[in-house]
Design a protein around this ligand. Structure first.
Ligand code: ZN
Length: 398
């Protein structure tokens, strides 16, 4: 039975998101993420959680400093193109011909290629979902724009394999025509420098390339290091020794209200609610978890699963709350909310009682535009910050 009076007010939940957002860029090890690690522990203690702690996680650190890309045409004119270094690319510089990457070798050249975002037709999800809730029919003939895909995470690999000494990726058709794109975030160092440029600047380079050869001067200045991030944990005793973990991650690519300011706020809301409910009414022991290192290859979740493996047999469910968001569309180069929620994916273990519980909750709370997806809908594990719980045998709702 839900205790309505124990549910935090909507204003409170939004205020948490705003407070996190106000701290600025929250990449692993940045001051805003250090602030979040402390602030979340303070909130957990304020709610009366027990065992509040910060568990260390060795995490790759990336801090872009000044990077630059200059295109030099055969007539001698030079143009500096605004750019952002690809995370974990090599902090070094290259000067070489700019050559389009088209499947062949580009030995000694700076490779140039476009990375459009993927638009996934809802019909594709329907072929994989075990259930959907879309009473307005909003999925019919529609599609969802994905912020990242595997080709994006691996954009530099084909350039490196083709012998390139540098990489220029064009964010073709990305909303807002920006060069700011924090991908890849697998935390793996790359052997060559690389930058993203906007779709419009990509068009300029393409038109110059059509007129004659181009030389590019590419320089990535950045700090790559290894740091210690922290997973923040707090617990509430329940009616028995089995446990439910409720998690998300505290770092993000930018100030990131969605990735994952909303996740932090949803975990805090759960912790606040359950702290106001008597232990006998809690389903099990509750473990609240906000991971570090998500933007550096998901080191936090991987470390939690590794270091708590012996305790996972008592975990009857891992609920991970990420990316609650409004849908936006681009109109005349500007982003506008459509007034609808973004499509909700509920990666749910194929356990009939669990799937039924998720279905009932979605309908009871009228969470439209929802899909229940098998954890393996896209890959061998869910594409979430709780990915490793699934192969460890823990039932999941992510
Ligand atoms: Zn996230």
């Amino acid at each position: 039975m839900l205790r309505e009076d124990a549910v935090p007010a909507e204003d409170q939940i939004y205020n948490w998101i705003e407070e996190v957002f106000r701290q600025g860029v929250r990449r692993p090890g940045y001051p805003a993420d250090r602030w979040a690690e402390q602030w979340i522990q303070d909130r957990f203690r304020e709610f009366g959680l027990e065992g509040v702690r910060a568990e260390p996680v060795v995490t790759p650190y990336w801090e872009p400093l000044r990077s630059s890309l200059v295109a030099v045409r055969t007539n001698g004119t030079e143009a500096e193109i605004p750019c952002l270094a690809l995370p974990f690319s090599s902090p070094s510089h290259s000067e070489a011909p700019l050559v389009a990457l088209d499947g062949g070798a580009v030995n000694g050249a700076i490779a140039f290629c476009e990375l459009p975002l993927l638009r996934v037709p809802h019909a594709w999800y329907e072929s994989r979902a075990t259930w959907q809730f879309d009473p307005d029919g909003s999925f019919v003939t529609a599609s969802q724009l994905l912020p990242t895909t595997l080709p994006g995470q691996q954009a530099m690999e084909s350039a490196i394999a083709a012998g390139a000494c540098g990489f220029v990726g064009v964010l073709a058709g990305h909303p807002g025509n920006l060069c700011e794109y924090y991908v890849p975030y697998d935390g793996k160092p790359r052997s060559i420098p690389g930058v993203w440029i906007s779709g419009q600047d990509g068009e300029r380079l393409k038109s110059w390339l059509a007129e004659g050869p181009l030389v590019a001067r590419l320089k990535v200045d950045a700090r790559r290091a290894s740091i210690t991030s922290f997973n923040i944990v707090g617990e509430l005793p329940g009616g028995d020794d089995e446990a439910v973990i409720v998690g998300s991650h505290h770092d993000g690519p930018w100030a990131s209200a969605v990735e994952d300011g909303s996740g932090i706020a949803l975990v805090l809301a759960q912790a606040a609610y359950w702290s106001r409910v008597p232990p006998t009414e809690r389903p099990h022991r509750l473990i609240f978890l906000l991971n570090g290192g998500h933007m550096s290859g998901g080191t936090g979740q991987a470390e939690f699963v590794r270091s708590h493996r012996d305790e996972l047999e008592h975990v009857v469910l891992e609920v991970h709350l990420e990316h609650a968001a409004s849908e936006v569309s681009e109109v005349g180069g500007e982003l506008h909310p459509t007034g609808r929620p973004e499509t909700r994916w509920w990666f749910t273990s194929r356990i009939p009682r669990l799937e039924a519980a998720v279905r009932e909750a979605i309908e009871a709370e009228d969470l439209r535009r929802s899909y229940i997806l098998p954890p393996t809908a896209f890959r061998e594990k869910p594409t979430t910050d709780a990915a490793n719980f699934y192969p460890a045998g823990v039932p999941v709702v992510n």
